[in-house]
Design a protein around this ligand. Structure first.
Ligand SMILES: Cc1ncc(C[n+]2csc(CCOP(=O)(O)OP(=O)(O)O)c2C)c(N)n1
Ligand SMILES: [Mg+2]
Length: 325
């Protein structure tokens, strides 16, 4: 069994969870107040997953994620100011305002791509992992996706290929129990997505995605395996999304008792209490972190709001290849 994270790592995970939650709360407030307009897929409730896994990655490791991926990007190192400017469609954004919330990238921190195509993160991660394997540079590629994506052909093809070629990939299924408005059991034949790994000859582990300590141990084993050239692992991280499929979804299809149960297991207050109970931090120390992050996110919003939109001439730049001289 891989070793448990130390206190310093746990506090670093908390800092990232706070960054994700604070940014998410503020984005939603800005949308509700009419300051921002966009399709936004909140990952509130899922912040523990990338906050924990990213602690085990280097800037060179690759991240591929989906439309519900702002949490993954922030945890891997996309600076909040550049994120906010990108969400607002401003020229100072990480993609000069041309990617928007569903197409975030920031390659200098390994944030390779965000895709709106369900299941597409996995084959892209296989390609990045193959490149790393050919170069022999020990980088790993993390492919994030949802429970619904595990029923798409690309999931099965990628798992098979990655296993046959022993590619250094972590397939991270963030199982939030719903795909759009369809509950898991109505669309997925397997009781556990992790069990699908058996068919592809790789380890498959289901873990509480709201528990940083358990997840850290599972992810560190998978990353060690990938770096050692032993191939991919499928991690099914159980979680819940509190803000529906996208902002505006009232969540009427979610039974009230299920929602209430999930709230009891909200990773953020749960982890806060654990850190204090286990004496990794005091409440005052956590409050200081919260205040620092609140300031950072307020500054990110101000930066985004005061930045200009891209010039019209930017429309075609970076989109099409230029003729070589
Ligand atoms: C190939 C493809 N099919 C269908 C859609 C429409 N669609 C967008 S999100 C979504 C649900 C995916 O659910 P899940 O994989 O569980 O991810 P979550 O949104 O819960 O994070 C669907 C079907 C799409 N974007 N791409
Ligand atoms: Mg889902």
């Amino acid at each position: 069994m891989a070793s448990a994270p130390d206190g310093k790592t746990l506090v670093a995970i908390y800092r990232k969870m706070t960054l994700i939650k604070t940014s998410d709360d503020r984005v939603i407030a800005a949308m509700k107040a009419g300051r921002m307009q966009m399709p936004y897929y909140s990952a509130r409730g899922q912040e523990c997953i990338p906050a924990t896994i990213s602690e085990l990655l280097t800037d060179d490791d690759y991240l591929v994620t989906i439309y519900r991926g702002v949490h993954d990007m922030l945890a891997k190192g996309l600076p909040p100011k550049l994120l906010w400017a990108e969400l607002a469609g401003k020229v100072t954004g990480s993609c000069k305002g041309k990617g928007g919330p569903m197409h975030l990238t920031y390659p200098s921190k390994g944030c390779m791509v965000t895709t709106g195509i369900v299941g597409a993160s996995m084959p892209i991660a296989c390609g990045l992992a193959l490149a790393a394997q050919l170069r022999g540079d020990r980088r790993v590629a993390v492919a994030n996706f949802g429970d619904g994506a595990s029923n798409i052909g690309a999931f099965h093809e990628s798992m098979n290929l990655a296993s046959v070629w022993k590619l250094p990939v972590l397939f991270v299924c963030q199982n939030n129990r719903y795909a759009e408005h369809t509950i898991y059991a109505k669309a997925t034949s397997a009781q556990r997505i992790a069990d699908r790994a058996i068919g592809y000859g790789m380890p498959g582990v289901r873990v509480d995605g709201n528990d940083p300590i358990a997840l850290y141990q599972v992810a560190s084993q998978a990353i060690e395996r990938a770096r050692a050239g032993e191939g991919p692992t499928l991690i099914e991280a159980m979680t819940f999304r509190f803000n529906g499929h996208l902002i505006g979804d009232t969540g009427d299809y979610i039974p009230k008792d299920e929602y209430a149960e999930a709230q009891k297991n909200d990773p953020y207050p749960r982890f806060r209490s654990l850190l204090v109970e286990q004496r990794h931090a005091t409440l005052d120390e956590l409050d200081v972190i919260d205040a620092q992050i609140a300031e950072q996110i307020a500054a990110a919003e101000a930066f985004a709001m005061s930045s200009p939109p891209p010039e019209t001439a930017e429309v075609k730049r970076d989109v099409y290849a230029y003729e070589l001289a």
